[in-house]
Design a protein around this ligand. Sequence first.
Ligand code: AAT
Length: 292
Amino acid sequence: KSGKDVYFNNPMWPGEVHSIKVENILYKEKSEYQEVLIFESSSYGKVLVLDGIVQLTEKDECAYQEMIAHLPLCSIQSPKTVLVVGGGDGGVLREVSRHSSIEHIDICEIDKMVIDVSRKFFPELAVGFEDPRVHLHVGDAVEFLKCCPEGKYDAIIVDSSDPVGPAQELVEKPFFDTIAKALRPGGVLCNMAESMWLHTHLIQDIISICRETFKGSVHYAWASVPTYPSGVIGFLLCSTEGPPVDFVNPINPIEKLEGAKEHKRELRFYNSEMHSAAFALPAFLKREVSLL
Ligand code: AAT
């Protein structure tokens, strides 16, 4: 093996690497859970990396955070109570807080270091923590959900890292069972669901677990995020039994939200057309998903 092979060894995408030029390393520490690295890149602004995997860059974070938040929240009428799992950078909170109907936002992030460095290096994301509706819980989401009152949430957003390291259990059936319990009837889950190019089997596994667990509906959507491996990321949208949810045609369109207009930062990626378009799947994926 040549020395370079070590770069091609990530189990989530063996045989490929993605490079971004580092201008300056701003922070590098080992937390209790993972290695936290922040650097200034030459073309994507500041970058947050956990255990060698890019979690966000200033240039394209809008695509991921806006989609993962608004796909579920625009699919239900007047969401009031929301849980964010992971998302310690605050970007998803920033997006959730555009919805003026929301009264209570819980966030459960395992790694306090992610929150602290985000406050220091990513103020445009960490601003999400300033909203008085936000209640921060530092801990493992698996444990948090085990103790959660039944039917508490209208929506749960799982903004978690890849299932290597602390997020391993977040793709397993017992975790989805606790999510379904924590949602009200007709409540919605939006889960980060990897790349259709790299992880077709993992996506299939998660979809079949969710079809068993969520008796409403289960849909896959995706968006382009250039700095994630293969340049795309997927989202799994599920609803619990109860009032039916039409994920593809948003019932609570962002354009009509008062909160969205008052929000200081303009949306950069999400709109109702992107919402509906995100559910259009390439032929190969449609085939594999429908075979389940
Ligand atoms: N918004 C940035 C994108 C992320 S961050 C994922 C977060 O999930 C991290 O801060 C990590 O510490 C947290 N996390 C991981 N496991 C748990 C857990 N068990 N409980 C609570 N929080 C957890 C995701 C980017 C996806 C990249 C796709 N390749």
